[in-house]
Design a protein around this ligand. Structure first.
Ligand SMILES: Nc1nc2c(ncn2[C@@H]2O[C@H](COP(=O)(O)OP(=O)(O)OP(=O)(O)O)[C@@H](O)[C@H]2O)c(=O)[nH]1
Ligand SMILES: [Mg+2]
Length: 295
């Protein structure tokens, strides 16, 4: 593949049946909960928000958590915090695997619910546990966060989309119940670059889109957004401008060869994506507030 205009490639339209079902269940469960906590990716906070949830006129609080903040550029995270603040929306940046004060977070959520009830004029105390639903795109860290909040780690976690398959209530101490939900996407991703961005972030499976194209998109995206050369750690003798040639150079540098000695670009693509996703290339934010003029 040599083109760098990704929009010439068709969308996969990936929206499997289990996600349709999970979306329906999420909508049903919304009626039962007191607080909605939506996880987005700190590296692209708006691109990973579910547009359907944004249009909801909820009569209960809806908080945003930007997860995987340890992988994002911290200056960009501050800029995003400002962006949301200007729009009267709070967003918390977290590394779900390492949040230190989990109790404080739960207390904050509980407090938000109780204050909102008071503001609505509820006079009777809440006699049942506060119910909090955690939602977000696949592989964003919902179950990881739920497990951090629950000392016995009850939710299944994995480095690929689609690990949680059904809604699961998890009781915490202090009169709080969490609902872990399967990741859902939306059927209307209409832009190839948006689909590729979600795949780079691990929300869509690489195989669905094609791993070489995903890696090539990442190469261009990093060059476009990073303040300095994002590939220094790869220690390449040269850094070809064309992403397909870049992958070939990486394959040669790593000795990833096909029979006959040609560079194995697919294995180079796998390696590059892995290193971006585990932070070995550095901390990068792939969507900047400047490009988002929408509300
Ligand atoms: N670096 C980093 N990795 C994280 C963080 N939170 C979760 N992860 C990793 O992200 C991967 C996905 O985590 P899960 O908790 O299974 O994600 P999920 O949203 O429950 O995924 P589904 O159930 O598939 O929708 C795992 O490999 C986690 O270790 C974080 O804050 N930082
Ligand atoms: Mg999960």
């Amino acid at each position: 593949m040599h083109s760098t205009d990704f929009n010439i490639y068709p969308l996969t339209g990936w929206y499997p049946g289990h996600m349709l079902k999970a979306g329906r269940k999420m909508r049903e469960a919304l009626k039962l909960v007191d607080l909605l906590v939506e996880l987005v990716d700190a590296r692209a906070p708006l691109a990973t928000r579910n547009p359907w949830l944004q249009t909801l006129q909820l009569d209960r609080p809806h908080l945003l958590v930007a997860n995987k903040a340890d992988l994002a550029d911290s200056r960009c995270s501050s800029a995003w915090e400002q962006w949301f603040k200007q729009r009267q929306k709070q967003i918390y940046f977290l590394d779900s695997r390492r949040i230190a004060n989990v109790q404080a977070l739960v207390q904050l959520w509980k407090q938000t619910v109780l204050e909102e009830r008071k503001a609505r004029g509820a006079t009777r105390p809440l006699l049942r546990p506060v119910r909090i639903m955690i939602v977000g795109v696949p592989n964003i860290g919902k179950s990881t966060l739920v497990n951090r909040l629950h000392e016995k780690k009850r939710a299944l976690v994995g480095p690929k989309p689609g690990v949680t398959l059904q809604n699961q209530w998890i009781p915490l101490r202090d009169g709080v119940e969490l609902l872990d939900t399967p990741g859902v996407l939306w059927p209307s991703i209409s832009d190839k670059c948006h689909e590729l961005l979600l795949t780079v972030l691990g929300n869509i499976k690489d195989e669905v889109v094609g791993i070489n194209m995903v890696a090539e998109y990442l190469i261009l995206k990093l060059r476009e957004t990073a303040a300095s050369d994002p590939f220094v750690k790869l220690d390449l003798p040269e850094s070809p401008a064309l992403p397909a040639e870049f992958l070939a150079a990486l394959a040669l540098r790593r000795g990833l060869l096909l029979p006959g000695g040609l560079p194995d670009c697919e294995r180079a693509a796998v390696a590059l994506l892995k290193e971006f996703r585990n932070g070995r290339l550095g901390r990068y934010t792939l969507q900047s507030p400047q490009e988002c003029t929408c509300e």
